[in-house]
Design a protein around this ligand. Structure first.
Ligand SMILES: [Mg+2]
Length: 170
């Protein structure tokens, strides 16, 4: 367990300039509805989307890195204002480094929210490793903080509220 005491949690959250998010199991409930022609449908939680807009409006960055392709998610994220989107990335670390460097940030200014083992390399290097209530046990173990909500059910919004409140921006 890597849980932080509240003072350390607040201190790290106050420094965050970019929140990196996984899609499946974080922005969604992790379920894929497969249509007759193989097309995938996922659900999004409106409260999470509003949180992303709040974070961007506050001048902070949101980046999304997913191991799977999803043009419908790219469209929704772009509509929300997310500029840094890396999809279909088997290894998330290079995508993270590329976006972090493009933003001119250090690991100490980055948070990542993930729910499964592909997220572990990022969770181990960022200042703030965040996860969801129904995450894989290894992601739960790697997390500094775990949302009370499941993926796709308000976990992202709770994480964003934590960051914004630590920065006095809520
Ligand atoms: Mg995931």
């Amino acid at each position: 367990m890597k849980r932080l005491d509240d003072a350390e949690l607040q201190a790290r959250a106050a420094n965050i300039r970019c929140l990196f998010l996984d899609i499946d199991g974080v922005l969604t409930d992790g379920k894929l509805y497969i249509g007759a022609n193989g097309e995938e449908t996922k659900t999004n939680y409106v409260r999470d989307g509003l949180g992303i807009r709040m974070m961007l409006k506050a001048g902070l960055q949101v980046a999304v890195i997913s191991g799977r392709p999803s043009e419908s998610m790219r469209a929704r994220l772009s509509w929300l204002g997310v500029e840094h989107i890396a999809l279909d990335t088997e290894d998330k670390a290079p995508a993270y480094v590329r976006i972090r460097d493009a933003l001119g940030l250090a690991d100490a200014q980055c948070a990542h929210m993930g729910d499964d083992t592909p997220d572990l390399p990022l969770m181990e290097r960022v200042a703030l490793a965040l996860s969801v209530a129904d995450a894989h046990p290894k992601a739960l173990s790697a997390a500094h903080w775990v949302s009370r909500y499941n993926g796709g059910n308000g976990a992202v919004r709770e994480a964003i509220d934590l960051i914004l409140e630590a920065q006095g921006r809520a």
